[in-house]
Design a protein around this ligand. Structure first.
Ligand SMILES: Nc1ncnc2c1ncn2[C@@H]1O[C@H](COP(=O)(O)OP(=O)(O)OP(=O)(O)O)[C@@H](O)[C@H]1O
Length: 709
């Protein structure tokens, strides 16, 4: 049966609450995260610097334009010398201080008057030439200080009260032709950036992956710890497949968030901001033109973000349903085959599978529209750049290097935008998973330890009293009604009744798998709700009809957490019940590995194993719930003898359909539809000729029931 999944309908957790929860898991690893962020800073700087270095190289080497950004004092001096050579002006000495060039003139040779022995000169790149400007002592900027007539290349000096003289107007490609050293510096810088960036990326990736692994390890641990504190009703409401999805799929999706998304998001945002600043620095107009498409992208992204989140959530819910269905069907495959339900189940599986497939397709389609549309906007932006930037280069408004750098930056800008779209996907998926994980983690355990609990002594007497106990699994659907009985220290009590009468439910209450809604249950006079759960449960040993076998050897499965018990003790116990030979028959005897990847025990062997567990645990109260149902008659006789031995001086509760197994009990409680209808020993009850007698008659197929056992 497909359970009614309520997952998709749960109220959405506030994003802030989610973020807080996720941060709390990342907090222990803040140093690692900070380290990654610092490395990210370097990686971003390096990736932003690379096109800029190329721009400088192009402008300096291809166009031969002087660029103050890379002008070393040496190259400046070099330009000056080249210029002076061309104009045949001789200066005795050139000194470069700060960004200014100072000449110590030879007054007799020079047409200029020295100013206190030094002449201050500016080197100004105009069009494709360098100019020495004399008489300058402040900034010298295009449009404020001079204008270039692009038709005849004439340069006009404007708006200066002090004399400015242009010394030189010849085309000189000084830098390009001669400054190989500058080029080498640029090359080395570029190489260092690339190597540095690669190293940082390596360390950043590792530290991020480590963070992700640490965090998901903690998440899994927290989930498992929480699962082990949750009451049985939680497991009734949540199919195992769904819970497995939490610990596997959902946690993995969070791993991506911590190891890739967050820091990459920081990186991408930094790159976007950095590019924007650099582009604005180089040309405001060109930047604005390139980014004409940004508002459209904003609207598209907002819309897709909304749709994607819903789709992601839907996809997760359906996957979880699919897994639950799968888990349920795989564990019940024998029943499916036995009742020839293969086709029906397949049809149900197909339905779910198809819904999951459709949701997956929807997500793929959304992504396949979103990603290329961001790419398209990037290309539109590049076209605008070529159109306007190209024209400006021809006009001389901006350099070719600038346009070249812009093409890099525009691409680089749209790359993270596309990445941002993927980040959105991952964030949506992670948020949907986080919602589920935190919802699970926030499920409050209802079977709680008392705040100020009472401690039971190491050994309890085992007096158990049910004081008018009422219990329902579902609200007001009473399974046990006004149950009242006393089991005295060392007594053996049998509980009988028709199927569904409530026998097992009584046991579930004794060890607090469930809590009764009304009445009180006491152990040695102490309300069991006042005792710490571990303290209570360590006194109660239960042998179930289908005991659980852990992965591990037979020894480990019997010993469980009674570490002090030796292998010899276990063998001795097994021999005493005459079941030693059963375990010796296993492929490697007591060393045989059991569980998922080991040997599979038969139902009877499992019960024998559970018997040994109980013997080793030596609890003060022993409960058997159909504990011998799967054991053959011969072995059962041996086990019954041991049971008699074990129940001496130990409170024992036995639930058995086979009434012969409880005939020796000190007291037999007969249940019918959740109520006690009879209580007494075998003889008394047979004499009563009522409910118990009727059960015995039914079981003996109408033959007379003997009082004597
Ligand atoms: N986990 C559960 N959630 C909801 N209802 C339950 C649960 N376990 C049992 N019940 C219901 O409680 C009633 C009593 O069940 P219980 O298992 O105690 O009966 P029982 O006498 O032990 O039956 P049987 O002899 O078949 O083992 C039944 O109607 C059953 O459907």
């Amino acid at each position: 049966m497909i359970r009614n999944e309520k997952e998709g309908n749960h109220p959405k957790m506030a994003d802030r609450q989610l973020a807080k929860g996720m941060l709390s898991f990342a907090k222990p690893y803040w140093k690692l995260i900070l380290f990654s962020i610092l490395l990210t800073g370097f990686i971003v700087t390096a990736s932003l610097a690379q096109p800029f270095i190329l721009k400088i190289a192009i402008d300096s080497h291809i166009n031969g334009l002087y660029n103050p950004m890379i002008s070393t004092q040496q190259s400046k001096a070099h330009i000056v010398k080249e210029l002076l050579k061309k104009d045949d002006i001789s200066f005795k000495e050139i000194a470069i201080l700060d960004h200014n060039v100072y000449f110590r003139l030879n007054p007799s040779d020079s047409p200029f008057q020295p100013i206190s022995g030094t002449q201050k000169v500016a080197i100004v790149p105009i069009k494709n030439s360098y100019y020495l400007v004399h008489g300058w002592n402040k900034g010298f900027n295009q449009s404020k200080d001079y204008k270039v007539n692009s038709r005849n290349n004439e340069i006009k000096i404007i708006g200066h009260s002090y004399p400015i003289t242009l010394l030189h107007s010849k085309e000189v490609n000084v830098f390009r032709t001669n400054d190989y050293q500058g080029l080498i510096y640029l090359g080395i810088l570029y190489l260092l950036l690339i190597i540095g960036s690669a190293l940082c990326t390596y360390f950043q990736n590792n530290s991020l992956q480590f963070t992700g692994q640490y965090v998901i390890y903690d998440f899994r641990k927290a989930l498992f710890r929480h699962f082990s504190r949750l009451q049985m009703s939680f497991y009734r409401q949540n199919p195992i497949g769904r819970l497995v999805t939490r610990v596997t799929h959902d946690v993995e999706s969070l791993n991506q968030l911590y190891s890739q998304v967050i820091v990459n998001l920081v990186k991408e945002v930094l790159i976007l901001v950095g590019i924007l600043i650099l582009m604005l620095y180089m040309s405001v107009k060109l930047t604005l033109i390139c980014f004409l498409v940004i508002p459209v992208i904003g609207i598209v992204t907002f819309y897709f973000k909304k749709v994607l989140r819903t789709t992601q959530r839907n996809l997760r819910t359906l996957l979880s349903r699919l897994l639950s269905f799968l888990a349920e069907n795989l564990s019940g495959m024998s029943v499916i085959q036995l009742f020839a339900r293969e086709e029906k189940q397949l049809q149900m599986f197909n339905e779910l599978n198809e819904r999951h497939y459709r949701a997956g397709m929807r997500q793929t389609i959304i992504n396949s529209i979103f990603n290329p549309s961001i790419g398209l906007f990037g290309n539109i932006s590049l076209s605008l750049l070529v159109w306007y930037g190209g024209g400006s280069v021809l006009d001389g408004g901006i350099t070719f290097g600038t346009v070249y750098a812009f093409t890099h930056y525009v691409r680089q800008f749209f790359e993270p935008l596309r990445g941002l779209a993927d980040r959105f996907n991952q964030i949506q998926a992670a948020l949907a998973s986080a919602e589920r994980i935190f919802e699970t983690l926030e499920t409050k355990p209802t079977i709680l330890n008392p705040v100020h609990g009472k401690t039971l002594p190491d050994k309890v007497h085992g007096n158990i009293v049910f004081h008018n106990v009422w219990f329902a699994y579902e609200k007001d659907d009473w399974v046990l009604k006004d149950i009242h009985f006393t089991i005295k220290k060392g007594e053996t009590v049998g509980i009988v009744g028709a199927t569904g009468a409530g026998k097992s439910s009584i046991i579930q209450l004794v060890n607090r798998f469930y809590d009764n809604q009304k009445g009180i249950i006491t152990l040695d006079g102490i309300n069991i709700k006042d005792v710490h759960l571990n303290d209570l449960r360590k006194h109660i040993g239960i042998i179930q009809q289908d005991p659980f076998v852990f992965s591990g050897s037979v020894y480990e499965n019997i010993r469980l957490n009674h570490r002090h018990v030796s292998n010899e003790d276990i063998i001795k116990a097994a021999k005493s019940v005459n079941i030693d030979s059963f375990f010796r028959m296993l492929p490697e005897g007591y060393e045989t590995m059991l569980g998922e990847e080991g040997t599979v025990l038969s139902a009877g062997q499992k019960q024998l194993l559970a018997f040994l567990r109980a013997m080793i645990a030596d609890n003060d109260v022993l409960i058997l719930d159909e504990a011998t149902a799967n054991i053959d008659t011969e072995t059962e006789i041996a086990v019954q003898d041991t049971l008699k031995e074990m129940s001496k001086n130990r409170t024992t509760i036995i639930i058995a359909h086979r009434l012969s197994t409880i005939q020796h009990a000190d007291k037999i409680i007969v249940l019918d539809k959740g109520r006690i209808v009879e209580m007494g020993n075998h003889q008394q009850l047979v004499r009563n000729q009522s409910a118990y007698y009727q059960l015995c008659v039914n079981q003996n197929k109408g033959t007379r029931v003997k009082e004597k056992v």
